[in-house]
Design a protein around this ligand. Structure first.
Ligand code: SF4
Length: 245
C-alpha cells in the first residue's frame, strides 16, 4: 500500500481493483462469466465488493464475504440474494434502511447511520475463504475501521468468521480486547474501551448475531425477530433511534 487511505471513496476505488488473492480472482471472474441461468442477461460485477453505507456511520455490520450470485453479481453488499432479503427487511423494520428490499445498485436503497462490510471482499468458493485470503484482505477492514472510528459506537458481527476476523483488527486499532478473547455466540455483547482515543469516551459495543445465511434462516436458527432484536439493541447503543433520520 502507498499513502494511507483516509477517505472512503479512495478506499473503495482502490479496493475494487484488488487482485491479490489468485484463487478468489479466478473464482469471482469465472462466476461472472458462467453466470446462473436466471441471470444470464445480466453483467456480473465480478470484482471485490466495497462496503455500503455512510462513512460516518455509528453502526457497522460485519459479514463474511460476498455471495457468488448476490453481491458478486450486483456489486453491493448483500444485494440480490436471499441473505440480503432477510437482512434488509430487518434493517428496514427497525428504521435503519429506507426500504426492505435490495435488488441492484441504483434501486434507491439508503442506509441510515449504518455501514455494511465484510472481512473478505471477494466471493470465495463454497463461501469459505482460506486463512491466507482473510489475512490478505485484513488491511482493507483495518483502513475502513480507521475511517469510521470517529463516529463508530456499535458493531454487529454476523457469524463466527466475522467475529474472529474483526477482533484482532479492533485490537490493532487500539480497542482493548479482554483476554482470553471473547468467543462468538448469538446474543454476545462485549464493550471495548479505547483508552488511546481522546474523542471516544464511550466504549465500542460489539454484538454477535448468527449469520443471515440460508442455512440459518431457512432452518429457523435465525428468525427475523432475533435479527431485529440485535439490530435494535445495537442501534440504540449507537445513539440511533426512531426518527433520527
Ligand atoms: Fe483483494 Fe481482499 Fe479480494 Fe483478496 S479477497 S483479492 S485481498 S479484495
Amino acid at each position: 500500500m502507498g499513502t494511507p487511505l483516509t477517505d472512503i471513496d479512495s478506499l473503495d476505488a482502490e479496493l475494487i481493483e484488488c487482485r491479490v488473492c489468485p484463487r478468489l480472482v479466478e473464482w469471482r471472474e469465472k462466476i461472472a462469466q458462467d453466470k446462473r441461468a436466471s441471470f444470464r442477461d445480466e453483467t456480473y460485477w465480478g470484482r471485490p465488493v466495497p462496503g455500503f453505507g455512510p462513512p460516518d456511520a455509528p453502526l457497522l455490520i460485519v459479514g463474511l464475504a460476498p455471495a457468488a450470485h448476490g453481491a458478486n453479481r450486483t456489486g453491493r453488499m448483500f444485494t440480490g440474494d436471499r441473505s440480503g432479503d432477510f437482512l434488509y427487511a430487518a434493517l428496514h423494520a427497525v428504521g435503519l434502511a429506507s426500504q426492505p428490499t435490495a435488488t441492484h445498485r441504483g434501486d434507491g436503497l439508503e442506509l441510515f447511520g449504518v455501514r455494511i462490510t465484510s472481512p473478505v471482499h471477494c466471493a470465495p468458493p463454497a463461501n469459505k475463504p482460506t486463512p491466507a485470503e482473510r489475512a490478505n484482505c485484513r488491511h482493507w477492514l483495518d483502513s475502513e475501521l480507521k475511517i469510521l472510528q470517529p463516529s463508530l459506537r456499535s458493531v454487529v458481527v454476523l457469524g463466527s468468521f466475522g467475529w474472529q476476523a474483526l477482533l484482532p483488527v479492533l485490537d490493532d486499532a487500539g480497542w482493548q480486547i479482554p483476554k482470553p478473547r471473547p468467543t462468538f455466540g448469538h446474543g454476545a455483547h462485549i464493550e471495548l474501551p479505547h483508552p488511546g482515543d481522546p474523542g471516544a469516551e464511550d466504549p465500542l459495543h460489539v454484538f454477535g448475531c448468527y449469520h443471515v445465511s440460508q442455512q440459518n434462516t431457512f432452518t429457523g436458527r435465525l428468525t427475523p425477530a432475533m435479527l431485529e432484536a440485535v439490530l435494535a439493541d445495537a442501534a440504540h447503543t449507537a445513539g440511533l433511534g426512531p426518527g433520527q433520520h
